[in-house]
Ligand binder design. Structure first.
Ligand code: SF4
Length: 238
């Protein structure tokens, strides 16, 4: 079952350069304290969008949109989504973007030939993923993150990585520098400002954020040390 439980008919900001419809897939393999989509953790049967209605709806709107985004929750948990992506490609020709936390490279491998843009949320270094409710030990997180980065680097798909700068899990420059190892060289990497409103856990709701000026300094230092120029500040969570 593919638990799509949310739908936004038109977005101008979620798929760079495209007007897109967004489908939200429920369920996630993490529990990030700063998550803004915790309403998607559980699959609510009453909210399920029938699989049969999706292609007709996309066809109906195809004059007004250029692309489809699958977001979550964590869309990569569901292999059935690959079939839906194939149908969208074959029946509408619309471009597809996937949002993912990158912890299911076997899914990413199957999705890459079907999509034109991928956005990976990379949270922190593997040893801190336990604080995000990861079901995997650190060594396995490292393997999964590296495999996903290698697949994306070798593909033709445009990529962005983004890190929500929640101070308790990206508390030092050394950690950020280490995190750069897991970001493909071709990807734009956004350090996005943590916003405490609507965060999942009370501790995150009470947390401070880095200022834009602090984030800009981090980006400058990271660019110099990693010799990458595609690192940016994003002032909001995306
Ligand atoms: S931020 Fe993303 S990966 Fe983390 S719990 Fe929320 S939906 Fe899952």
């Amino acid at each position: 079952m593919l638990p799509i439980t949310g739908y936004l008919p038109t977005s101008l900001v979620d798929f760079p350069g495209k007007i897109a419809s967004i489908y939200f897939v429920a369920g996630c393999n993490l529990r990030c304290p700063f998550c803004h989509n915790s309403s998607l953790f559980e699959i609510k049967k009453e909210s399920l969008i029938s699989r049969e209605t999706i292609i007709p709806e996309i066809k109906r709107r195809s004059k007004f949109i250029d692309g489809i985004v699958f977001s979550g929750g964590e869309p990569s948990l569901y292999d059935d989504l690959i079939d839906l992506m194939k149908e969208i490609r074959n029946e509408t020709g619309l471009a597809i973007k996937l949002d993912s936390n990158g912890l299911r490279p076997e899914f990413i491998k199957k999705a890459l030939p079907l999509i034109s843009y991928i956005a990976i949320d990379i949270k922190t270094t593997p040893d801190k993923y336990a604080e995000l409710g990861s079901p995997y030990p650190a060594a396995e997180v490292e393997r999964l993150m590296k495999t996903t980065a290698e697949l994306i680097e070798k593909s033709e798909v445009a990529a962005e990585y983004r890190t929500t700068m929640y101070p308790p899990i990206v508390e030092s420059h050394e950690r950020l520098y280490h995190l750069a190892e897991f970001v493909p060289a071709k990807a734009n990497w956004f350090l996005q400002r943590f916003v405490s409103d609507h965060a999942y856990l009370p501790a995150a709701q009470a947390s401070t954020s880095y200022s834009i000026e602090q984030l800009e300094r981090m980006v400058t230092e990271l660019r110099n040390e990693t010799h990458r120029d595609k690192i940016f500040v994003r002032a909001y969570i995306h």
